[in-house]
Design a protein around this ligand. Structure first.
Ligand SMILES: Nc1ncnc2c1ncn2[C@@H]1O[C@H](COP(=O)(O)OP(=O)(O)O)[C@@H](O)[C@H]1O
Ligand SMILES: [Mg+2]
Length: 236
């Protein structure tokens, strides 16, 4: 589902170029759940932006869902995102002037679905927000806002869910509920999951954990070369 090969990301800054990703190689199988951990500034969000096609790699190859993102035009990248991805951010990224229902429905409508509002309602009900459809983000609790963002992310049954510190702005209990929901939705849709988190217990709920440090993946923890493969395919 995800194939990164020797990916580099270098961005300009006032102090000169910053080498954010320095030759990152990662493969994630379809249906796998993978957590990405690492200190602040290690490049986790940058890696996610590259997988999402929101940032272009400076070097290396990026293939997601069988598409070589480096070869796609901006229009085709936008289509790739609409058709393949659901993204959840730490700070929800809801549009404050739109109701919960509109936040979920408008992207579906833009993707050309004529059942956008019905589908959005169903998706919000599936995260327990059937009674909040007409509420604006400012009228929702943090947990409800993130559940709205989850409903938006999965409304089109994406093949891949990307989540960047989805519980970072929530208290422990609320965060736990959001994560339970995220895993539940992923199971229901059979989506591949890439979950960025600095919470080890949360990371361990994924089949596999990838460690990032200074823009590079460090060999997977507590494991020789064989164990990550075993972890990636638990007994079925
Ligand atoms: N637009 C940018 N321009 C220059 N440097 C950036 C930019 N975005 C992020 N960085 C730097 O890249 C590094 C990795 O950032 P990030 O991917 O956000 O890390 P993480 O998500 O692991 O905390 C940090 O040192 C950050 O300051
Ligand atoms: Mg980050």
């Amino acid at each position: 589902m995800i194939d990164l090969a020797d990916v580099e990301l270098t961005l300009p800054s006032s102090a000169g170029p910053v080498h954010i990703l320095r030759g990152l190689t990662l493969s994630v199988d379809t249906g796998q759940s993978v957590s990405v951990v690492g200190p602040s500034g290690s490049g986790k969000s940058s890696m996610m932006m590259i997988v999402a096609g929101l940032e272009r790699a400076s070097a290396g190859r990026v293939a997601v869902g069988g598409q070589d993102l480096g070869g796609l035009s901006e229009d085709n990248l936008a289509r790739f995102r609409r058709e393949t991805l659901g993204i959840v951010f730490q700070d929800f990224h809801l549009v404050p002037t739109m109701t919960a229902l509109e936040n979920v429905a408008i992207p579906l409508e833009l993707a050309g679905r004529d059942d956008a509002f019905d589908r959005a309602g169903d998706s919000l009900r599936s995260v327990g927000l059937g009674h909040r459809l007409q509420h604006y983000p400012g009228q929702l609790s943090g947990g409800e806002q993130q559940r709205t963002a989850l409903a938006r992310a999965v409304a089109a049954a994406p093949k891949l869910i990307l989540a960047d510190e989805p519980t970072g702005n929530l208290d422990g209990d609320t965060g736990g509920q959001v994560i339970d929901l995220l895993f539940d939705l992923r199971a229901r849709h059979g989506s591949t999951l890439l979950l960025i988190t600095h919470d080890q217990s949360l990371a361990s709920r994924c089949e596999r954990t990838v460690n990032l440090r200074d823009g590079l993946i460090v060999p997977e923890a507590n494991a020789g070369p064989v164990a990550p493969i075993a972890l990636a395919h638990p007994a079925q």
